[in-house]
Design a protein around this ligand. Structure first.
Ligand code: RB5
Length: 142
């Protein structure tokens, strides 16, 4: 189950990502926002992060205008490694090296085509499991 959320700045891209996940046959839970009305990104960043941290959802996708505010918020939740990605290389590397559990994107930064490639790369890339990466990830929580 993928947790997805955005503020108003990311609403349209969130809806497009939902369609994309449906086309791939992937289940998601939408934590809002549910319209283009102005709202506060920490509400949605925290809701998705808590759903992932609690194990209710396996991964998360968060979108705001830049992806910055919502990723900062998500990273305040213990156990969350939210990666703000604007390219496929970073999306692949953050899965392999950081075992990132939330992808954050900026809707005012990315075109829709690139955003979907980033989503696919993030969802389809496994964590390497290498000892050095496990060690570094465990150091984040210390
Ligand atoms: C909303 O205008 C905008 O500030 C928000 O979507 C995000 O970019 C914040 O980091």
């Amino acid at each position: 189950m993928i947790a997805i959320g955005s503020d108003h700045g990311g609403y349209e891209l969130k809806e497009a990502v939902k369609k994309h996940l449906e086309n791939r046959g992937l289940e998601y839970k939408d934590f809002g926002t549910y319209s283009k009305a102005s709202c506060d990104y920490p509400v949605y960043g925290r809701a998705v992060a808590e759903a992932v941290a609690s194990g209710e959802c396996d991964r998360g996708i968060l979108i705001c205008g830049t992806g910055i505010g919502i990723s900062i918020t998500a990273n305040k939740v213990k156990g969350i490694r939210a990666a703000l990605c604007s390219d496929c290389f970073s999306a692949q590397a953050t899965r392999e090296h950081n075992d990132a559990n939330i992808l954050a994107m900026g809707a005012r930064v990315l075109g829709e085509g690139l955003a979907m490639k980033i989503v696919d790369t993030f969802l389809d890339t496994p964590f390497s499991g290498d000892e050095r990466h496990l060690r570094r990830i465990s150091m984040i929580e210390e």
